[in-house]
Design a protein around this ligand. Sequence first.
Ligand code: FBP
Length: 554
Amino acid sequence: MDISALQKARYQYKPKLPASLAGSISDIAIETGAATESAADQDKLKDIFKLSYGKPLVTFTGGKNANLSRELKVGVILSGGQAPGGHNVIAGLYDGLKNGNPNSTLYGFLGGPSGLIDNKTKILTGDIIDAYRNTGGFDIIGSGRTKIETPQQFAASLETAKKLGLNAVVVIGGDDSNTNAALLAEYFLKEGSDIQVIGCPKTIDGDLKNQYIEASFGFDTACKTYSELIGNLMRDANSAKKYWHFIKLMGRAASHITLECALQTQPNVCLVSEEIETRQYSLDRVVDIICDSIIKRADKGDNFGIVLIPEGLVEFIPEIKHLIGELNDAIARYEESFSKITSFIDQLYWLSSRISEASYRLLDSLPPDIGMEFLMDRDPHGNVQVSRIETEKLLIGMVEKKLHALKKANAYKGKFSSFAHFFGYEGRCAFPSNFDSDYCYSLGYSAFVLIASGLTGYLSSVRNLTAPAREWIAGGVPLTMLMNIEHRHGAQKPVIKKALVEMDGGPFKAFTSMRDTWAAQTCFRVPGAIQYFGPPEVCDEPTFTLKLEQGKEI
Ligand code: FBP
């Protein structure tokens, strides 16, 4: 790939580390806290994770730790969707390993977890790492969504790790991938192996967090990228004053991205899936919310505006959630016969006797091209691929219908002209912001310290993230602390609990205090592009979500 001037300049950027990791490698000690409990379902999880449940929290401080200069062999996996900063996690891990002992080796597993199962690796040398520092993407080794699930896959993973003589495997992934990391750590222990497993919290969705994992990496850069694009559309809408833009934003389930972008840009309407589920709003009610703003603004002659829609919305509208649940179960149970049916009409007929009448009627009432999107292949974790459901178009169609009826009844006199957008993949491989560059490098470096200290079943953790990087607190959080039991793919499974938007949380409260004004007036805020060079208040600012969650002003 040809190298841009920005990429060249970013190679020179030296990520900032927390003070506990920034000094000499021989001066990092670990402090062990109290034993931990899982997020819920403690008894069931204790039984599943007999050997790795409930370990203590650990924090790095100044002190001596002879283990850090051991020669180590580590394998790293990039798992699931891309998130800006993944390359810096690997760079931090590499630099930690080499600072500890220049003879240590870092293997990259190619194409995600399947690289571990199939023993597809490449040794990551200094030259390779240098070509990817502070860049976006996961192309250094590639990523994948293979789930390590069957006994054969677990056994093959152990065999690969043994063949390579690994001390540890690092899984850089989201909630599903880190659930896998927890299961792998337990499996290795059960098999009497001392190969360690460490996770790193990745996902632009921002839903892998608790009080010790303050943010997943990539969220910061992705939100800033989308907010720039939304701000640009706002300027365009306010200049021409003739279009409504319906913008769906990535985030498989949680609405964190949409909410952060709303706080940054102040749109006329922002739907928050978690609120819609809490209030049990129907699809019609959601359409009414959008139409209310359109009508209020049309009364003032403003026939333009911005609507933000979270990607996962459909799974939170009660009647659609029910439909998806029934579809998931029916498709999982009769996978073979369903996969042979190719036309939508035949699929509908096949489903008519396998899902409830209400769900069938709803599916049948959707425009066929959108109905079909509900039946597309599930991901390897059994989830509907919501990024492929065009909710923004479904809502535009329903809004048009409603406005047409209102016009006939003389209750709406405006003009409605719209565009549908989906911002998702555009933000996942952007050059990481300074925040993500620093955070990711610190996560990778911490992963090294956890490995060198002999720990397994931990997620690398860096917190106190609204403070300057030197004051960040690095350490590790036991993976079982984030887990609960959920109904997935037709069965009860141990999984990392998704952190959804909280109705009593700072970000949602800040949004609700302003949204009525935004709905009627034009209060657009244009944040502009991510800045990499310049004053810290411009270049290093964390997300509003993070600040509000920590009770800080925005
Ligand atoms: P992860 O949870 O693996 O980080 O992926 C998140 C995500 O970017 C979602 O926002 C989106 O729904 C999904 O990936 C898209 O998946 P794919 O890359 O397979 O199309």
